[in-house]
Design a protein around this ligand. Structure first.
Ligand code: HAM
Length: 440
């Protein structure tokens, strides 16, 4: 058997060290996929059982969509978008979130003529140029759902219930729902004036970011995470005291529906969300626990956005939705050790010796797979010792060995890995013989 040459990676000319990915993005390796499958399959299944259908929207859109939809004064649009000009002269942006794209697709595909409400779910990568840190990536993934064409407050409650149910099924039973109403454009504008007056009187106590934001987006000051700003926010006038009758009644009935679902929530008058399209109900889901880290980042958020479709050029269409950060949810599942890594189960290990045997193994591997026998192999290896070592790692009950003699005779050795007993059988009978032994 010729000795295999050890493969040493060649140094690429001109590079001092190997190329790295950009900051804030990560690879998702095979050993993590079970968690991604668990989270996404659970969320998809529950959303479908609630009547949601899958939508996929492009990963990049015209920049105007987010400027108009998410809002020009938001952190996302001001400083976090990956925008670029194309050779054709278009200005495009890698989507920082999914709701604006779904609303655009609703208009463009004439979904207002579909039976209402239209219920859609999606998952995929989002891009925000934030400072990378734990739980904050530049490419991350959302699972989200949107319901368009229904204004009843019962939908707000059902959306929260759906989000809660997904978290519950994922094992995150102690995650808390925080909820608030930020009213409609009319009552919010009176509230903004009140808030601006309050904050102006306290301007010296605010962080530079909040001072800057005060004139354009005073609501955002309420959820600043700087300690001194949090102290000022604690005594700020509350929007719940300023809601118009319609918004007040809407919010009251959302809470009543949640009570009837026995879904517990925390009223957070400072919850305003970082995107401009929201109206009335807003909510977030936060991890359980008192750790500093878990208090810094929500697992998911959503709310009602009754003006968005019209803002993007469609008919007035009330809507609501929610999305969660898949990476953050996976981190929480890992932190709480909620899902065990599945063991790779293989029933037989295929060993070959010599060129002819290797050729025959390639074919046999497919035959075994087609017969639903879970088979592992190490076709690239030559020595029987190293292949048996591999077979032991997989803990298979049997090894199938094709040596040089067996390759010529068209036979195969079935070796019981526990007892070491070996039996030679005809190649054409191998599937039957293996199945017989596996069934014992
Ligand atoms: P959002 O709060 O901006 O809402 O994002 C939802 C979730 O995405 C967050 O709660 C967080 O878990 C995750 N997330 C956000 N930024 C990052 C990041 N840089 N790295 C990792 N995870 C992150 C929205 O995007 C809305 N579209 C939600 C919605 C749907 N509202 C109505 N429908």
């Amino acid at each position: 058997m010729p000795r295999r040459k050890k493969i040493v990676p060649k140094k690429v000319k001109g590079l001092k060290k190997p190329l790295q990915s950009p900051k804030g993005v990560r690879d998702i390796l095979p050993n993590e996929q079970y968690l991604w499958d668990f989270v996404l399959n659970t969320a998809r299944k529950i959303s479908e059982s609630f009547g949601y259908g899958k939508i996929e929207t492009p990963i990049f859109e015209n920049t105007t969509l987010f400027e108009r939809g998410v809002g020009a004064d938001t952190d996302i649009v001001e400083k976090e978008m990956y925008s670029f000009n194309t050779l054709g002269g278009d200005n495009l942006t890698l989507r920082p979130e999914g709701t604006a794209g779904v609303a655009r697709a609703f208009i463009q595909n004439g979904m207002s003529r579909w039976p209402q409400p239209v219920k859609l779910y999606y998952d995929g990568p989002m891009f925000r140029h934030e400072s990378p840190q734990s739980g904050r990536l530049r490419e991350f993934h959302h699972f989200g759902f949107e319901i368009l064409g229904e204004q009843s407050s019962i939908i707000d409650a059902q959306i929260i219930y759906l989000a809660w149910k997904i978290f519950n099924k994922l094992g995150l039973k102690n995650a808390t729902v925080q909820i608030n109403s930020i009213g409609c454009l009319t009552c919010r504008s009176a509230y903004k004036d009140l808030l601006t007056d309050y904050y102006r009187a306290k301007i010296s106590k605010l962080c530079p970011d909040c001072r800057r934001r005060l004139a354009r987006n005073p609501l955002r000051l309420l959820d600043c995470k700087e300690e001194k700003c949090m102290q000022v926010a604690a005594l700020a006038p509350q929007i719940l005291d300023c809601l118009c009758d319609d918004c007040h009644n809407h919010f009251k009935s959302v809470l009543e529906y949640l009570d009837s679902l026995e879904l517990s929530y925390v009223l957070n008058p400072n919850l305003v969300r970082g995107l401009d399209y929201y109206t009335k109900t807003v909510f977030e889901i936060w991890p359980a626990g008192e750790e500093e880290e878990s208090r810094q980042s929500s697992l998911g958020g959503g709310g009602r956005y009754d003006d968005l479709v019209e803002l993007l050029g469609g008919e007035p269409t009330p809507a609501a939705g929610f999305s969660f950060g898949v990476e953050r949810v996976i981190e929480e599942i890992k932190r709480l050790d909620l899902v065990k890594k599945p063991k790779i189960v293989r029933q037989v290990f295929l060993i070959q010796l010599g060129d002819l045997a290797r050729k025959k193994s390639l074919k046999l591997f497919n035959t075994l797979m087609d017969s639903r026998i879970l088979v592992a192999e190490s076709l690239g290896r030559g020595s029987i010792k190293s292949q048996l070592k591999m077979a032991n790692k997989f803990h298979t009950r049997f090894s199938l060995i094709i040596g040089q003699k067996e390759a010529l005779d068209d036979t195969i050795i079935i070796r019981d890995m526990d007892s070491g007993m070996q039996e030679v059988v005809a190649m054409e009978k191998v599937v039957k013989e293996v199945k017989k032994r596996l069934a014992k």
